[in-house]
Write a protein of this length. Sequence first.
Length: 509
Amino acid sequence: METRSARSAGAVVLAIAACKLLLFVYTGWHYGYFVDELYYLACSRHLAWGYVDQPPLIALIAWLVRVLLGQSLWAIRLLPALAGAAEVLLTAQIARELGGKRFAQALAALSALIAPGILGADALFTMNAFEPLFWMGCAYLLIRMIKTENTPLWIWFGVLAGLGLENKYSTLIFGAGLVLGLILSGERRLLANRWLWAGGAIALLIFLPNLLWNVQHHFPFLELQANIRASGRDVPLGPLAFFTQEILLMHPLTLPIWLGGLWFYFCTKSGKPFRAIGWAWMFAAVVIVVMSPRVYYLFPAFPVLFAGGGVLWEQLLARPRLVWLKFGYPALMLAGGALLAPLAIPVLPPETYIRYTKAIGLEQPRIETHKLGPLPQIFADQFGWDEMAATVARVYNSLPPDVRARTAIFAQTYGQAGAIDLFGPKYGLPPAISGHQSYFLWGPRRYTGESMIVMDDRQEDLARLFTSVQNVAQVDHPYSMPYEHFDVFYCRGLREPLAQFWPHLKKWN
């Protein structure tokens, strides 16, 4: 009987995970490349142990995808789609390890499916699509160690933690929260053994190349973060605004589930052994709110609450007169998930999306303070890149061949530069140069500044740097971000050699 129930639970969870995968198969290429995807593809052509704004794993994954599958939109979004399905499966598996049966596992998996924030994060090729697997993988291993005393699992914990740090530095927050949770929850015995030290050594060994790269480059990520805070680029959020957005982006109908997860870890007998997980979530939430309250930074921590909440509600709804809720509430969740899904993923054409959000009176919360066009930033940043490259190509190809060979294409942002690098070859363009983020470290290459196509600048500023400046084209797209509507200039005769002037072009923001 137990085996049949486990198989039934597994089938339900697999069906939910398959729904998520199929959803991305349908929606994954309705718009275009996201601005960060262009940058990660560019980083994959400059493999290194670090980059100004992220560790190296995302660039390595992009390189592997390019080599094995190509760099089409379908190819680069396949792994995030698979990671999203794996996130659903792992959420249900954690619920099972916490003692949950079929309903608990299905409810946890369904919560991970319908959360708009998680849907959006898994829809793009970014570090955020893979981060939950590292956070939840560490939580799962810790739960197994608490249950079984199998402390050699610290070795695998160290592997996951090290790889997680090579994916995104915020893994350190959740990892530190888990260790703190063991101290606060009374499970200190797991810290007092040699396997923990072995796992820590493995994590450090995996992370060491990036750490040394940061030392060599004077920790550019810290400089970048300081610049972002000073610029006021991010929308400021206090604790109340932050958690209000978390409620919306995890879906309001999952609120009783993830709050139930906190209750499970802190206030129930069956959850008490796993209280370290609850403390880890609390620690991560506090650190993120204090340091950098971007709403999506906490998304990877919610599945562990979905898992605990699933177990709690399975226990609470065990009474016969409440059994209808086991069917009614998940059905309501599915309907609510369908209602909010178009806010997170490109289910609808742009014009339909605009009408839809006006009709329901909801839209994506703003992350940055930039002026918006008709679409929210996450969607707008998927439009206009190919058209921009085509506009620049018309300027470049109008030059005499001997001049063309000495002409640099200078971009102000990594999105502009990444678009030239991705789409430019079909128009005969060379790779772009830029002072933005890691493009600055890649330098001006062989260019001297005698002939340059400069994107997105002011003519009066360029006139002070070059002997000749011509406004030759305009870039525009009805759905792109307003700051991606700009003039293109053809400039000749940089008054100072480009290699010598290059330090002034550094832009880390």
